[in-house]
Design a binder for this molecule. Structure first.
Ligand SMILES: [Zn+2]
Length: 132
């Protein structure tokens, strides 16, 4: 007995399809999700996706924008990618590629570095560390 299904190529849903889906999963940002907006305990903000440390609480500041804001990420933890429109720079976790938010420069905040990492609260997980 011969299967009528022979010859169906399961491999035809190619890697290209997967890459397209992944690149669209960086969802549109919505304001006012600020679980960590007014939150200034000492600790480390880790990637919600993979647990890699991304920011120290000592680099967090109150930007007034309604989002958690940092002026500096941990070295090598953050990957920057210019948006297609060239106006904003997306920041992602260097380890897993998870979307974090956007980084803005030259806004005149009184921080040691004139940058604002505007991060989704849902993209990071705070871990207390009183030693900081
Ligand atoms: Zn990650």
């Amino acid at each position: 007995m011969q299967s009528a299904q022979a010859g169906v190529d399961h491999a035809s849903s190619s890697i290209v399809d997967r890459v397209l889906v992944d690149s669209q999963s960086a969802r549109a940002d919505t304001a006012c999700d600020g679980e960590y907006d007014k939150f200034f305990d000492d600790g480390i903000y880790k990637c919600a996706g993979c647990g890699t440390p991304l920011y120290k609480s000592t680099t967090k500041f109150n930007s007034g924008c309604g989002w958690p804001a940092f002026f500096e990420g941990l070295p090598g933890a953050i990957t920057r990618t210019p948006d297609p429109d060239g106006r904003r720079t997306e920041i992602t976790c260097s380890a897993c590629g998870g979307h974090l938010g956007h980084v803005f420069r030259g806004e005149g905040f009184s921080t040691p570095i004139d940058e604002r990492h505007c991060v989704n609260s849902v993209s990071v997980k705070f871990v207390p560390d009183p030693a900081l």
